[in-house]
Design a protein around this ligand. Structure first.
Ligand code: ITT
Length: 188
């Protein structure tokens, strides 16, 4: 088993990433370092900047992941501000903003940035389109899971439980990372 350091303060995210990388023979070491997050509308720049700074600080290769929920009718809000919006107005606040809006289209975007100390970050992306539910549904998830229905499932991520991994934005980005990592590090 190879292991990779993952900087995150979110244990639920870490648990998902462990499950996603396990079939590739990659173990996850969580580094609970304080992440420096620049304010930017672009989650790719946020993740890449953070990975570059942190890999230098801990003198090890590592990954940082940044995710955002982009709601079409709200012109991409909360997007890169998803963590702040979740902490402040929460799911009920977002549903309130969506009251009377029929266009429920939204997209979850995930960026994984891998960086070696002194190197340039390499990014991997995952994206899942779906809809904002009309009410909170399901109790297996976390974050925005109870209000996001991935396209074609008719269920929220929180109702899908571990099956979320089969379709999620995070699984897509981390699987791409895993394939690249195995290839470039010659892991057999
Ligand atoms: P980090 O320490 O890894 O940054 P975080 O929870 O702050 O953890 P993000 O900034 O990537 O992670 O996430 C922004 C917000 O989106 C935050 O409120 C998360 O709870 C939420 N989120 C991220 N991924 C999610 C997912 O797969 N399902 C539901 N909500 C998610």
């Amino acid at each position: 088993m190879r292991s990779i350091t993952f900087a995150t303060g979110n244990p639920k995210k870490a648990e998902e990433v462990r499950r996603i990388l396990k079939p590739y023979g990659i173990e996850v070491d969580v580094a609970k370092v304080h992440k420096i997050e620049i304010q930017d509308e672009n989650i790719e720049r946020i993740a890449a900047f953070s990975a570059r700074i942190l890999s230098r600080r801990i003198c090890k290769p590592l990954i940082v992941e940044d995710t955002g929920l982009f709601i079409d009718a709200l012109k991409g809000f909360p997007g890169s501000y998803s963590a702040y919006v979740y902490r402040t107005i929460g799911l009920t606040g977002v549903l309130k903003l969506m009251e009377g809006i029929d266009d429920r289209d939204a997209v979850f975007r995930c960026v994984v940035a891998y960086c070696e100390p002194g190197g340039k970050p390499i990014v991997f992306k995952g994206e899942v389109r779906g809809r904002i539910a009309y009410e909170i549904r399901g109790d297996a998830g976390w974050g925005y899971d109870p209000i996001f229905e991935p396209e074609g499932y008719g269920k929220t991520y929180a109702e899908l439980g571990v099956y979320k991994d089969e379709v999620s934005h995070r699984a897509e980005a981390f699987r791409e990372f895993a394939r690249w990592y195995i290839r470039s590090k010659n892991i057999v």
